[in-house]
Design a protein around this ligand. Sequence first.
Ligand code: HEC
Length: 312
Amino acid sequence: MKLLLKAVTIASAFVATPVLAESWTLAPESSHLAYGTIKKDTVGEVNSFSGLSGHVSPDGKAEIKIDLSSVETNIDIRNERMIEYVFRNAGTASLTADFEMEEASGLGIGESAIIDAEAVLSLAGTDIEFDAEMFVLRVSETSVMVSTNDMVFLSTEDAGVNAGVDKLMELASLPGITRSVPITARLMFNMDDKKAEAAPTAPVAVAAVEGDIKAGKKVFRKCKACHQLKEGRHTVGPSLHGIIGASAGQADGFKYSGPLQDSGIVWNAETLAAFLSDPKGSIPGNKMQFPGLKKDKDITNVIAYLQAEAQG
Ligand code: HEC
């Protein structure tokens, strides 16, 4: 039983990660927030902030703090003037945004999506609302990169910093500084999850060691009387293609019993183990005419086999 539980824990960590929404913490060392200015119509410059911190909650609410004193304009005196006149020594600015996290957390590694974010920048007592298209890339099991898809423009007037920009022009004897500021961001987030910290390497391989796939294939002979793994190939029972992570009773084209269809179960190592050890008792009234597997080892192994073969 101990062995089974271990396999179940590892396998459910693997199954749960891409499906459930998680919370995320900004990784400052690999994030970058910059804005551009153009002076005298011709000289373009990039300023950036190194002091970023932030967090995204499982429902997609992001809050990012920008340490305004960390601004880097590449000239010390300009940094000081920027902090004093434009940011008015406000300390931090905050950026809050609503991301459609459902889409982002469903992404597989290497997959990307473009999502809309409604954002509010709070700077020295002024709130500026804007919409931005963000490009989201799932970099690894535990990290996501979010960047602006296009440039975002903020007007210095909306931001309440026009007077500060006037002052900079006066101090630097400049005839003009643009009043529309392009902004770009690259934000890296790491998942806040103990499961994720504990499983940095391929969890599939770990599960495979716990349950013996080869032995599981033999156990599956019992199932084969009624189940195929090919997608859409229903026989006495439904095809078990993609069964791990699927909701019970939802394969297209198979007529399920009511109790299975309405069970609300999502198939993972844990729910499968409960079902296969006692099909009748765990979902009363379902129509799988199978007494169940008596040996824990057979259950662990057939789940390992399903995990390896029924996906993709
Ligand atoms: C005698 C035929 C038969 C055998 C043998 C059998 N099953 Fe089933 N199985 C069914 C039927 C029929 C259903 C649909 C039950 C319902 O709709 O209530 C089902 C349903 C299932 C489901 C739910 C599928 C879904 O889409 O939600 C799983 C998982 C499953 N079986 C796994 C197994 C495994 C693993 C074995 C072997 C250890 C096995 N079954 C052996 C007939 C069988």
